[in-house]
Design a protein around this ligand. Structure first.
Ligand SMILES: *Cc1c(COP(=O)(O)O)cnc(C)c1O
Length: 404
């Protein structure tokens, strides 16, 4: 991770001493002999050797170097090095999607009989993965309210190996104290994994607060323009080696092409996350004063229960907010359908603003009781605020809100 990405190869830079934006733009594998300025895209599945002896040494792991892109690829390695530096972890590994990152973490680090404690409001597919698939292999999960530390503490069994949380939560922006959760995990010989998709390392670095594993869907803010699927797991060297071991045998590795797209995404991540946060703050304030809006859930607002903690733990409040309109589901659907350019889609982290009705889409599988418990009201709308002019985003929402 001290490689110089410049042609001035004699000067080995230590990117660890630099800020996250610098690492995101400069760190990685050395330039090729062509002296390209933008990172090379190594769209190759295999690598050639100088001799049979070298091939044997590479296969045996006696000599470092690339063998096959399911194991390593220089474009993917550059992405991994940058992300690890940005998260402040020893290592990172790219995966084919965010779900592949979560699956690979569990497959590599858990075994039959292990127990997971997870926050209730995690990403829907993560819940399906845990309940339907890990359950089949004898790993079971207990769900608790993200912010209820007593419930986390009470859920431990002698078999608990992993705590899994998303903070801020989707879509209500609840925030948990990562340090307290990490201490709790470590007191029970368990690991804490944080899905850091909403914040990215620009706004929150969970490892600084003791999280053992930081998981990403690169599909979201890291790409930032809704193009490619990918994910990553960041953590200590020995853990990441285990995850790499699973990936190279099982195959959900990151494509070099996608890694190249994500590299370009990382280069602008800092300015984008600041802009997403600013736009979301502006929209939250505007929604708050609208007579047809009952509540706004955004941890940037001083009234939000997680505001003080988010102010300490995060360096920005992020681009996702939700709000409840008066009039329940018909009113929410009216506001969504009245928009002219906001995209009706559950994706997030895009330059394009997206709008979702959680109760009938992302959280549609929950029973009515569970929806109430999770705060997924019929009138709730989630907006992943993009990079369009904030006034235009407001106007597009005002069309429906003003005509309710
Ligand atoms: C999208 C998402 C995932 C899954 O990522 P994919 O790249 O879609 O597989 C996991 N966690 C969170 C919080 C997400 O938003």
């Amino acid at each position: 991770m001290t490689t110089d990405s410049g042609t001035k190869g004699e000067q080995a830079m230590n990117w660890q001493d630099k800020g996250p934006a610098t690492a995101a733009i400069r760190a990685g594998e050395p330039r090729s002999a062509q002296g390209e300025h933008s990172e090379a895209l190594y769209l190759t599945s295999s690598f050639v050797f100088e001799s049979a002896a070298q091939a044997a040494a590479r296969f045996a792991g006696d000599e470092p170097g690339n063998v096959y892109a399911r194991y390593t690829n220089p474009t993917v390695s550059t992405f991994e090095q940058r992300l690890a530096l940005m998260e402040g972890t020893e290592a990172a590994v790219g995966t084919s999607s965010g779900m592949a990152a979560i699956l690979s973490t569990c497959m590599a680090l858990l075994q039959q009989g292990d127990h997971i404690i997870a926050s209730r409001n995690i990403f829907g597919s993560t819940t399906v993965l845990f309940n339907k698939y890990l359950g089949r292999f004898g790993v079971d999960v207990t769900y608790v309210d993200l912010t209820d530390l007593d419930a986390w503490a009470a859920a431990f069994t002698p078999r608990t190996r992993l705590l899994f949380a998303e903070t801020p939560s989707n879509p209500l922006n609840d925030v948990v104290d990562i340090r307290q959760l990490a201490d709790l995990a470590h007191a029970h010989d368990a690991w804490l994994a944080i899905d850091n998709c909403f914040c990215t390392p620009i706004l929150q670095r969970p490892a600084e607060y003791g999280a053992d594993l930081v998981i990403h869907s690169a599909t979201k803010f890291i790409d930032g323009q809704g193009r490619a699927m990918g994910g990553a797991v960041c953590g200590r060297q020995e853990q990441i080696e285990e995850v790499v071991g699973f990936l190279r045998s099982a195959g959900p590795t990151m494509s070099p092409f996608n890694a190249w797209v994500f590299l370009k995404g990382l280069e602008t991540l800092q300015v984008r996350m600041r802009a997403h946060s600013e736009h979301a703050m502006q929209l939250a304030r505007w929604l708050q004063q609208h007579s047809m809006v009952e509540t706004v859930h955004y941890c940037g607002l001083p009234e939000h229960p997680g505001h003080a903690l988010a102010s300490r733990q995060q360096s920005g409040f992020g681009g996702v907010l939700s709000f409840v309109v008066r009039g329940g589901q018909p009113a929410a659907w009216h506001v969504i359908d009245a928009t002219q350019f906001l995209s009706i889609t559950a994706n997030l982290g895009d330059a394009k603003t997206t709008i979702t009705h959680p109760a009938t889409t992302t959280h549609g599988r929950l029973s009515d009781e569970d929806k109430v418990a999770a705060g997924i009201e019929p009138g709730l709308i989630r907006v992943a605020v993009g990079l369009e002019d904030p006034e235009d985003i407001q106007q597009d929402l005002a069309r429906g809100l003003d005509s309710l």
